[in-house]
Write a protein that binds this ligand. Structure first.
Ligand code: ZN
Length: 421
């Protein structure tokens, strides 16, 4: 459970400041309860506390979460704002932030004067751990966006695979989430279902935090996978066009592009749609694939390297094949006249895996092509795939410099770790 700070600070004279700090659980909004006051000399008070860039001297900050089923008006109504005032605030803020985007459960804070009037000055809403909106609750009202500083730190970890990479990573002192990130980075070059005990990963990664709390996923900067004498490196690199991608030591992309379609010459006869009139069933239903019409017997190609996960017959699908390309992507090919591969078989990009037919629920010869990303069916024609191009010539020198620096670092981390055993 996160804990939120609650501050109260009041300067009674120039010489004496009273600082009260305590912690309250989020959830039901805590009532303000004064703790015993701590009196200190002003010159021993470092910087007065601030929150969201606002100095809290003379203010009280009350933290809560946007309540479920509540509205902006209701939140403000609880603090004495009438409908006209809320409307003025909404109007004055709308160029900066639309209050309809407020979501339940997000942290909020009300900042009011630390006196008998308890006059609300600011309402803060955290859109995410970094960004927030500060509403000015005093006429003429208004809002501005703010960002908390994100602290980044480069860390290293070396791990020898014993069992689940997730556990091995955290056992070696790294972020367990790195297991997922590595599976993405090496998706096309390492089969994560076949990692062996004794294989090694060395990783330099970036950890981000906001106010001391980890934020977002760790980012792999450089990684080395070693298995039975085979070494595979990955380097994160920002090209001069701004795109960030992972490359091997030679500067080749760690991604491979898919074929645009499973047929050499093809015509889309029905696109991906969440609602279309089914040609056989004559009712509206989602079509989570793309139909390519072609004559009977036209070769159907695997759009990428992979393993045949399913090859069989279904009443709707007819003869079909499903190929798992990596931990992220799978593709399926339906209504085949003939299946030319077997379950468990490895296939190469462009390999013929079947022939166009109209088995199952089909009105004519076509292949229904389905595309999964992380287990969800998506329209592959709308997906943005990471570039599979190598490091551009103009960026080569800079890439080599970064690669050399991190390659040395990975070797040192690995040696240090192995020497420790
Ligand atoms: Zn279809």
């Amino acid at each position: 459970m996160e804990r939120w700070k609650k501050w109260s600070l009041s300067a009674t004279t120039a010489a004496v400041a009273v600082l009260v700090v305590f912690y309250a659980d989020p959830g039901p909004r805590p009532e303000y309860v004064a703790e015993p006051e701590v009196t200190v000399e002003a010159d021993t008070v470092p910087n007065p506390p601030r929150a969201y860039g606002i100095p809290l001297s003379g203010f009280v900050l009350e933290s809560f979460k946007m309540p479920q089923g509540s509205t902006f008006s209701e939140v403000l109504g609880e603090h004495g704002f009438n409908a006209a005032q809320v409307d003025s605030l909404v109007q004055a803020s709308k160029a900066v932030y639309n209050v309809r985007n407020l979501r339940a459960g997000h942290p909020m804070a009300l900042i009011f004067t630390d006196d008998g009037a308890r006059e609300p000055h600011y309402l803060v809403y955290e859109s995410d751990p970094v960004e927030h909106v500060i509403f000015d609750l005093r006429p003429p009202y208004g809002a501005r966006l703010g960002r908390k500083p994100v602290h980044t730190e480069e860390r290293d970890v070396h791990c020898v695979v014993q069992g689940a990479l997730y556990n091995d990573m955290s056992g070696a002192g790294g972020d367990a989430q790195l297991a997922l990130q590595l599976a993405e980075v090496f998706a096309w070059t390492v089969d994560f279902q076949r990692i062996q005990k004794g294989d090694q990963f060395t990783v330099t990664y970036m950890e981000r935090s906001v106010e001391g709390r980890p934020f977002g996923q760790p980012i792999v900067i450089a990684a080395r996978y070693e298995s039975g004498g085979v070494v595979k490196d990955a380097y994160r690199f920002r090209k001069s066009d701004g795109e960030i991608a992972y490359f091997d030591a030679e500067g080749n992309s760690l991604r491979k592009a898919f074929l645009k379609a499973p047929l050499k010459f093809s015509r889309v006869s029905s696109g991906f749609s969440s609602r279309r009139l089914h040609p056989v069933q004559k009712r509206f239903k989602a079509h989570l694939g793309t139909d390519y019409a072609a004559p009977y017997g036209t070769p159907i190609l695997a759009v990428g390297d992979g393993v045949v996960e399913q090859a069989g017959y279904g009443a709707g699908n007819g003869n079909y094949v499903k190929v798992r390309h990596n931990g992220t992507y799978s593709t399926q090919y339906l209504h085949m006249r003939k299946i030319l591969v077997k379950q468990g078989q490895r296939v190469q990009q462009g390999q013929v895996i079947g022939e166009v037919g109209s088995t199952g629920l089909a009105t004519g010869p076509h292949v229904c092509f389905r595309f999964w990303k992380n287990g969800v069916q998506v329209d592959h024609r709308r997906e943005e795939f990471p570039s599979a191009e190598p490091v551009p010539t103009a960026d080569r020198e800079r890439f080599h410099g970064e690669r050399d620096r991190y390659a040395v670092r990975l070797s040192q981390v690995r040696e240090r770790q192995l020497a420790a055993f």
